[in-house]
Write a protein that binds this ligand. Structure first.
Ligand code: EPU
Length: 357
């Protein structure tokens, strides 16, 4: 088989082996069969795949063992009149869990509706959209520590969430190892049919609200899904604009806002733990930079096999016959174009496996 079957990009060559893990026992068994020692320089021979929505895998495939995390299970504990803790096994589908919590009258996750992928992947890069980051709702996660060979609980504070990052992602990037495999995630939600205050201007305006006002959480969900659909950010097999990994680049954060073009959008950077604005940091829009560097929606390479989405400049897409190399070529062209015009280097947001920009 090709890993293309497991990724939303529909890209990636074959693995050496593929093991589905449907229970926690099977997941831990896979980890034990592929141990990680302190002296192991990196574990380039093991790859865990959840929803496959944030991966770009090389055409040559992955020369190692792939574990498909397919564990299931949800426990809802109503801890007080106003609060509940929802604990979800890593392999559950993210959007089904969002829908389930809302159907149970629990709010908090509504702005994160319609995002592809699995629950276990969300804490690693602190998935965010429409004014909410998952790190704000996470109380703790359970992980399997592949070096110590035991299950551990990590609190939200220990996870040190930032914009599209966490302690887990930083550790993976520096060591090249997946020491902690996410087993389950516990969310602290409110027993309230009303949403959290709406913080994203585009969402507030679609709901006809001022920033900071609330709405029925199910209405916020429906509105977010409609917005995401308009940008090609809800998976749909027949629509090649959704054969992507969502945003391909992170929105650049600069310490000196004067380096940004005067007309470029400027957003505050928020600390997910405290909700406070981080002073001295400004986030801009990668989509804006790409468009103003001369790449319009639909811009393509490889005889049209890979292109920017026709609905959103920030998504690189496979038009059906693309190779990973086509997508990488498109990405490199865009990084170079934005660098030339604005001296800002865009960073890829998905995880690149056995390939690089
Ligand atoms: N813009 C353009 N062209 C476009 C789209 C957007 O110039 O085609 C500019 C506009 O100035 C617009 C601004 O970009 O006001 C922001 O656009 P949008 O609201 O679509 O957000 P984004 O910054 O492009 C981020 C996340 C998305 C998330 C949306 C909504 C990142 C890297 N991306 O995109 O997350 O859904 O906000 O909150 O932070 C993902 O990470 O995969 C992802 C889809």
């Amino acid at each position: 088989m090709r890993l293309a079957e497991l990724t939303t990009f529909h890209l990636g060559g074959p693995p050496q082996s593929l093991t589905p893990a449907r229970t926690r026992g099977e997941l831990i068994e896979f980890c034990r069969a592929h141990p990680l020692g302190l002296s192991t320089p990196s574990d380039t021979d093991v790859l865990f795949i959840g929803g496959g929505s944030n991966l770009l895998i090389s055409d040559a495939g992955f020369d190692g063992h792939v574990c498909l995390v397919a564990t299931t299970g949800v426990v809802v504990e109503e801890t007080s009149e106003t609060e509940a803790i929802v604990t979800v096994e890593a392999g559950e589908n993210w959007d089904e869990i969002v829908a389930l919590t809302l159907a149970r009258g629990l709010s908090g996750l509504e702005a994160l509706s319609g995002i592809p992928g699995s629950v276990g992947a969300t804490p690693i890069q602190n998935v965010g959209a429409y004014g909410t980051e998952v790190g704000e709702l996470i109380i703790s996660i359970e992980v399997y520590d592949r070096i110590a060979g035991q299950v551990r609980t990590l609190t939200a504070a220990e996870l040190e969430f930032g914009y599209r990052t966490s302690a887990l992602k930083r550790a993976q990037q520096t060591s090249g190892m997946t020491q902690y495999l996410v087993l389950s995630v516990s969310f602290g939600l409110r027993r309230d049919a009303q949403s959290l205050p709406v913080r994203y201007a585009q969402l507030a305006s679609a709901l006809d609200l001022e920033i900071g006002q609330t709405a029925p959480a199910s209405l916020v969900r429906d509105t977010v899904i409609a917005l995401r659909k308009s940008k090609g950010m809800v998976l749909e097999e027949a629509d090649h604009d959704t054969w992507s990994a969502g945003s391909f680049f992170t929105n650049p954060i600069v310490s000196d806002a004067d380096v940004l073009p005067v007309e470029a959008p400027r957003y505050p950077v928020i600390d997910p733990l405290s909700g406070a604005t981080i002073e001295g940091k400004t986030k801009t829009s990668a989509a804006w930079l790409i468009e103003h560097a001369g790449f319009s929606k639909g811009h393509s390479v490889g005889e049209g096999r890979a292109s920017l989405s026709t609905k959103h400049t920030l998504a690189l897409t496979n038009r059906g016959r693309a190779s990973t190399e086509d997508v990488l070529e498109l990405a490199r062209t865009i990084v170079a174009g934005v660098e030339d015009k604005y001296a800002i280097t865009l960073e890829p947001e998905p995880t690149l496996i056995a390939c690089s920009l």
